[in-house]
Design a protein around this ligand. Structure first.
Ligand SMILES: [Zn+2]
Length: 273
């Protein structure tokens, strides 16, 4: 992997990543200068890599860089939450999702896969026309996303930015990794592109779970102002009746928001200072 750590990149490192680099140098120095230390140094480095990998596979972890998993305190105090809907747009599911949101007077953020937005530009434009927000969920939703290097990250995110801006007329300011999985090379790329990594407070696993009631319980247990809620209009699991789960979950979820006096806003609204 050809990667030159420039000064600006070094400034972006989290204390954890900085300590990891120091740990590598220390292990190398020990391996070279202390007789018999090489196996121990190797083990120390391996352990460090294990922790780095685990952090990247923990969607809400902040060890590898800034990662928003709740709206700021001010938004929470205003009773705001953010419904986020990933993996679309889908020509069948997304229009129905938009109708449900409209009926409840709530706004949402759609983390779109850029190539799908290019495939269904009318659906993407309709999302924006109805007052919702489109954000960056990569160009292709690669399943090996957490194994990519800086160049591949820059390509995936940059291409998605260009496509989504062209299709929707809005340049995304937020990014979400596929399944929340990434590695230490992502943070500097996000910083260069002016993107904020956003994960979630609660998710319903609605790409795997066909039981809408269980998805709803996961999303509403302890639901409170400031929560970022994750659902999917693309890759949605189907209920036993064959319905995309998101369409069964949204009506009771929106009713619950209203009952609790909560209001769903777009991420750019909720994250605004
Ligand atoms: Zn996704």
């Amino acid at each position: 992997m050809s990667y030159t750590a420039t000064d600006s990149t070094l400034r972006l490192l989290t204390p954890f990543v900085g300590a990891s680099i120091a740990w590598h140098l220390l292990a190398l120095a020990a391996a070279v200068s202390v007789p018999g230390a090489a196996p121990w140094a190797l083990a120390a480095v391996a352990l460090n890599h294990l922790v780095i990998t685990a952090a990247g596979l923990t969607p809400r972890s902040t060890l590898l860089g800034r990662n928003v998993s709740r709206l700021p305190a001010a938004a929470a105090a205003r009773g705001e939450v953010a419904i986020t809907i990933d993996d679309g747009p889908d020509p069948d599911v997304t229009p129905a999702v938009l109708d449900l949101l409209d009926a409840a007077g709530q706004k949402a953020t759609f983390f779109c896969i850029a190539e799908r937005a290019a495939q269904y530009p009318a659906v993407a434009r309709e999302i924006v026309r109805r007052g919702h927000s489109i954000q960056n969920h990569t160009a292709r939703h690669r399943h090996d996303f957490s194994f990519l290097g800086p160049r591949a990250y820059a390509d995936e995110l940059g291409r998605a930015q260009r496509i989504l801006a062209q299709v929707s007329g809005q340049t995304p300011s937020c990014f979400r990794a596929p399944a929340g999985f990434r590695n230490m090379f992502l943070a500097p790329v996000l910083q260069r592109m002016g993107l904020t990594l956003v994960s979630w407070t609660r998710r319903g696993f609605d790409t795997r779970e066909g039981d809408a009631q269980r998805v709803l319980e996961r999303l509403t247990r302890g639901l409170a102002g400031g929560d970022i809620i994750l659902l999917h209009d693309g890759n949605a699991a189907r209920s036993p009746e064959g319905l995309p789960v998101v369409l069964e979950v949204l009506p009771p979820l929106l009713a619950r928001l209203q009952a609790q006096g909560l209001r769903s806003v777009t991420l750019p609204q909720g994250l605004a200072p």
